[in-house]
Ligand binder design. Sequence first.
Ligand code: MG
Length: 294
Amino acid sequence: MRLAALYGPDGVSSSLHLEVDDGYVCVDALAAALDQPHLRGMADAGELFWRGEQVVSELRDIDVSAAPGVASANARLAPPVRRPGKIVCVGLNYLAHIDQSKLSHPDHIVLFSKFSSCLVASGEPVVAPSITSKLDYEGELAVVIGRTTRSVMAADAIDHIGGYTIINDISARDLQLAEPQWMRGKGLDTFAPLGPVVVDAAAAPPIDAMHIRTCVNGEIRQDAPCSLMITGVPELIEYISAWMTLEPGDIIATGTPSGVAAEMESPVFMSDGDVVEVDITGIGTLRNPVVAAP
Ligand code: MG
């Protein structure tokens, strides 16, 4: 099951859709056609996970032919989770990224936050603000929490994952590295492209079989398997949930592999007119144009 949020005619509200071969099927329309009113009214994958595992399971089995589809050409994607309670980001989680960034190896897992105001969907622009001249990309696997998770051991953590998507942890390197906290350099509007869809955990390949590839204007910049994470996803969930309750729809950005612009001998940062794409096996491609702030 592949979960998409599509904007309605107002361009602001969204409704949950299932991605199918040639487009999307609206869950509200399926609920009406199949007389399942309890499946109505979900804006995105986060709201689905809040409804609980029974509803997730019902949706997996639903007959998608019961309602007409929306052709891809007529669909405008919203972030597949619109208002996550938390976006917990892991820094420095791939060895080659640390070494090539010439950063010291951390003694502890490095965490920082992004916010729902950072989110944009696949296809929506990343806005390059005038306060940075070092706009960088970080392709990452994003884990979407499926149920309330507190003090969960790594061995049980996979059961708490609702699904997987892609996040591009856009970073203003000049702001990030000038300040002890990364919040400003990482937290600007549009600095968290998310999507294109959330792949239900039951339908996703194993994390060790996932591969991240990031391209800027078609040039491959990052190309690495997720199996190279220093701290794996189950251990991250154990570590975070030991001190903070993770809730349905919360997102964990699991860190970026080597190949960001800041690692290059002569860095080529992103600017107006660029297109950045992050592809992860089994999830799809998150594609965003970069535009200069007006
Ligand atoms: Mg990152």
